[in-house]
Design a binder for this molecule. Structure first.
Ligand SMILES: Cc1cc2nc3c(=O)[nH]c(=O)nc-3n(C[C@H](O)[C@H](O)[C@H](O)COP(=O)(O)OP(=O)(O)OC[C@H]3O[C@@H](n4cnc5c(N)ncnc54)[C@H](O)[C@@H]3O)c2cc1C
Length: 334
């Protein structure tokens, strides 16, 4: 399981002092111990030790400089988009959370080349897909019902229905924390591959550039409608889950494998495998992030026992989780 790690000992006084300093010099939002659950589709997870919502790129740079010059410079930085591919630990994130909001949502076509579009990292895939459709630009129809931000979509190389970000991305503007000025990276420099990229935790995507193709608006909308309808009947919506839990193993579908292992509806604590789609793991009210983690581990183990297939999580676990061995007694079947 990809588990982002952060230092365990935090200097609370140092964090308070830095938060005060940032409130003086940042135009965006600065909070201590802000609960993150509301910013994730799972609606799970504890607080961020230090939460920042920079107003724009220069505000982000100010924050990075102040933190870099302070005693909390070593704290891990987590970028949060729409929280639709993460499970945040019940204990929260003991470092800095950077969440890009309204100041990073612009979408604009290139003046000389209208098929090339620059889009801010906090714009969502459905928003961008609809923006493009209105202008007769094709290439992002697959994103019409994927609830992520452009930043998260670049980082994960999100994709569906046979396409992905890599198919249209030509580059991105990246702030390499605690770097000075953002850098322009060409697509080749983003390492986009199946649900992954070469971006590190400190690489904050501020903007992406995509190259689309002119097409008939009606045809684009028809494709979007087909994708939307397919999802509505085969997947639970964007509540209490984070989309596909596992990447598809080579030549197979993770949901098929989990279902074949008899695990549809399987539960650990309050978390359960969706009855509708076995690669979606649900966390209804009362479930914890730890329950989701333990369910993922248990399903992996059972699928491995049954078929010798190693499933790799696509969902990212952030913060501290207990290895399930310590929780074996709490594992509950259906
Ligand atoms: C109902 C549902 C359906 C889904 N369907 C699909 C699908 O069909 N295909 C698919 O690929 N995914 C799907 N997903 C997963 C998810 O929507 C995508 O992975 C999406 O791209 C994540 O974007 P986000 O903004 O929510 O990222 P987050 O969940 O906030 O973050 C995901 C990762 O990206 C990083 N990140 C976020 N923003 C930035 C940034 N600005 N710069 C750098 N790193 C950043 C985070 O640190 C984290 O590592 C689905 C999710 C749900 C809930």
């Amino acid at each position: 399981v990809t588990s982002a790690r952060a230092p365990h000992s935090i200097d609370e006084r140092g964090l308070d002092a830095v938060a005060r300093a940032l409130k003086q010099c940042m135009r965006g939002r600065v909070e201590r111990e802000l609960p993150l659950a509301r910013y994730t589709t799972y609606k799970l997870g504890g607080p961020a030790a230090l939460y920042l919502e920079p107003a724009d790129a220069s505000d982000l740079r100010t924050a990075a400089t102040v933190i870099q010059d302070s005693e909390i410079r070593g704290l891990a930085v987590l970028t949060l988009g729409r929280g639709s591919n993460v499970v945040v630990s019940d204990e929260g994130w003991p470092g800095v959370v950077v969440r890009l909001a309204g100041g990073f949502a612009d979408i604009a076509a290139d003046e000389g080349e209208p098929e090339t579009v620059a889009v801010g990292a906090s714009a969502t895939l459905p928003l961008l897909a609809n923006w493009a459709a209105r202008r007769g630009l094709s290439g992002l129809e697959w994103g019409v019902a994927v609830p992520g931000s452009i930043g998260g979509a670049v980082r994960m190389n999100a994709g569906a229905h046979g396409s992905d970000m890599a198919a249209t991305a030509v580059g991105a503007t990246v702030f390499e924390w605690p770097g000075k000025a953002p850098v322009e990276r060409e697509a080749d420099d983003l390492g986009l591959a199946y649900r992954s990229s070469s971006l590190n935790d400190g690489d904050i995507v501020l903007r992406a550039r995509v190259h689309l193709a002119a097409d008939d608006e009606g045809a684009i909308r028809a494709r979007m409608e087909t994708f939307r309808r397919h999802r509505a009947t085969t997947q639970p919506g964007a509540v209490q889950n984070a989309g596909s839990t596992f990447k598809n193993p080579p030549g197979d579908a993770a949901g098929r494998v989990v279902e074949a292992a008899g695990l549809k509806g399987f539960r650990v604590g309050g978390a359960r495998v969706s009855e509708l789609h076995a690669n979606f793991f649900m966390a209804p009210a009362g479930a914890t992030a730890q329950d989701v983690f333990a369910l993922v581990q248990e399903v992996r183990a059972r699928v491995n026992d049954a078929f010798g297939v190693e499933l790799e999580p696509e969902v990212r676990f952030v913060g501290r989780f207990d290895e399930p061995a310590a929780r074996g007694a709490e594992v509950v079947g259906r």
